[in-house]
Design a protein around this ligand. Structure first.
Ligand SMILES: Nc1nc2c(ncn2[C@@H]2O[C@H](COP(=O)(O)OP(=O)(O)OP(=O)(O)O)[C@@H](O)[C@H]2O)c(=O)[nH]1
Ligand SMILES: [Mg+2]
Length: 427
């Protein structure tokens, strides 16, 4: 046999041996490590790795420490396949157990995002997980007007310690209602473009504001939850959150919580207050006694001062948003057309509702949640708090007591004492 043939035979024998070894390994393997989490959710280890279900929900390891002595609340994750649901991506990460003991609230994080937001929401998630959720493992719902792509789902599922759920927004919640005059809406956008009003010429921004005002809480993925915490891409959290804000809301009968408040850009809402006043006249039953009208009006309701809670951070009650008062209010505003004929934002809409339909004490300022969304910072005022919660923010950046913030007013109209040292953070 020539030498070349000998070499070929040897190569063939080695290749055959290698192939048999690989096949043996594949057939005797117990499957990827990530499926170990199934043990804790009742699937025995000696079963074959499950094929990924055609559902929207992914789950990390069930927190073992908490599970031993606590009730994690009802599980609203049993979502079924519907036209608004996509597919899941495998969850290849296991997380350490959720160390916080005690009952969880029935609550979820909620994020509206585009696929292009993947890496910015990834940053936000790390902040929320590192400072809070790794200890609690709350679920996280992502909504989009387009289907989420695999990268978005893979990256977000990798980072969230609770279950992740992905939903598509129904068309009627992200489009022009038929009573909107398209020519008039287009003229407004052009006018706002010329006047350089931020997002003034954007159609998608208007759909976003309308959706966040009136529809996110109607999405079927949120149907079984009681509280939500809204998180946007590119935000930061500066302090440890050791006490569960969702549980705080529940136990203290709070309906709406904020971290930053400020004045609205009046050009975007010229008729929002007049429309709200018409609503108040037609639906006086929804205006509660002991409300926060003074936060939003300096003259007993004649005019709106522009104060609103910055809705890119919100911890709120879904039952409040799903109440007849709120739903009727949104319907009324939507009919008036200001989401398209002006550029009404969801922040003043939520805030006016919270100020008029809720009692003062149902609102809450989350002072200990250090927070940043470009360009404003909320940093706890007192040195003791910043030490206790290991805050990394510079107190000089705290926006609360500066001229463009409404938090000072919030304290005054609620008869609350401002925290020690606020005077030094006014400029
Ligand atoms: N799916 C989807 N999400 C959007 C769209 N526009 C905005 N969003 C999301 O809606 C939220 C608010 O949008 P932003 O662009 O952050 O609006 P903003 O906070 O007023 O403006 P910025 O100061 O630029 O952050 C964010 O969570 C965005 O990811 C869109 O067209 N589609
Ligand atoms: Mg934003």
């Amino acid at each position: 046999m020539p030498a070349a043939a000998n070499v070929r035979t040897l190569r063939f024998v080695l290749l055959a041996f290698f192939s048999v070894a690989v096949l043996y390994k594949v057939f005797t393997s117990t499957g990827p490590a990530s499926y170990a989490s199934d043990i804790t959710s009742g699937i025995s280890k000696d079963k074959a790795p499950p094929t990924l279900p055609k559902t929207e929900v992914t789950e990390h390891n069930v927190p073992q420490v908490a599970a031993a002595d606590t009730d994690l609340g009802t599980d609203p994750s049993t979502s079924t396949s519907t036209p608004n649901l996509g597919t899941i991506t495998p969850n290849d990460k296991s997380f350490p157990p959720a160390i916080a003991s005690g009952k969880r609230a029935n609550a979820t994080f909620i994020t509206l995002a585009r696929n292009t937001d993947t890496w910015e929401i990834a940053k936000s998630i790390r902040h929320v997980e590192d400072r809070f959720n790794r200890k609690f493992n709350y679920d996280w719902i992502f909504l989009n007007d387009q289907p989420f792509d695999d990268t978005f789902k893979q990256i977000t599922t990798r980072l969230v310690s609770g279950k992740t759920k992905y939903g598509i927004i129904p068309k009627e919640h992200w489009s022009f209602p038929d009573w909107i005059d398209q020519d008039k809406a287009a003229r407004v956008r052009e006018d706002m473009r010329q006047r350089k009003i931020i997002y003034g010429d954007s159609i998608s921004y208007r759909h976003m504001c309308r959706f966040e005002s009136g529809f996110f809480f109607e999405h079927e993925l949120l149907a079984d939850y009681e509280y939500y915490w809204r998180v946007e891409p590119s935000i930061k959290l500066f302090c440890d959150i050791d006490e569960d804000p969702f549980k705080f809301m529940k136990e203290n009968n709070k309906k709406y919580g904020f971290a930053i408040s400020l004045y609205e850009y009046k050009e975007t809402i010229p008729t929002l207050w007049d429309t709200t006043k018409q609503f108040m006249t037609q639906f006086p039953q929804h205006i509660v006694e002991g409300n926060n009208l003074k936060f939003v009006s300096d003259d007993g309701g004649k005019t709106y001062n522009g104060c609103h809670f910055w809705s890119n951070f919100e911890i709120g009650s879904l039952d409040f948003l799903r109440s007849p008062a709120y739903r009727e209010y949104f319907k009324f505003l939507d009919k008036a057309g200001g989401f398209f004929y002006e550029r009404w934002g969801d922040a003043p809409v939520h805030s006016l509702a919270a100020a008029l339909f809720l009692k003062k004490e149902e609102l809450h300022f989350f002072n200990n949640i250090g927070y940043w969304h470009v360009p404003f910072t909320h940093c706890p005022t007192s040195e003791e708090d910043r030490e206790k919660y290991k805050c990394s923010c510079n107190p000089k950046d705290n926006f609360d007591w500066k001229g463009y913030s409404c938090t000072s007013r919030y304290f005054e109209v609620n008869g609350k004492d401002k925290p020690k040292g606020y005077e030094y953070q006014m400029n």
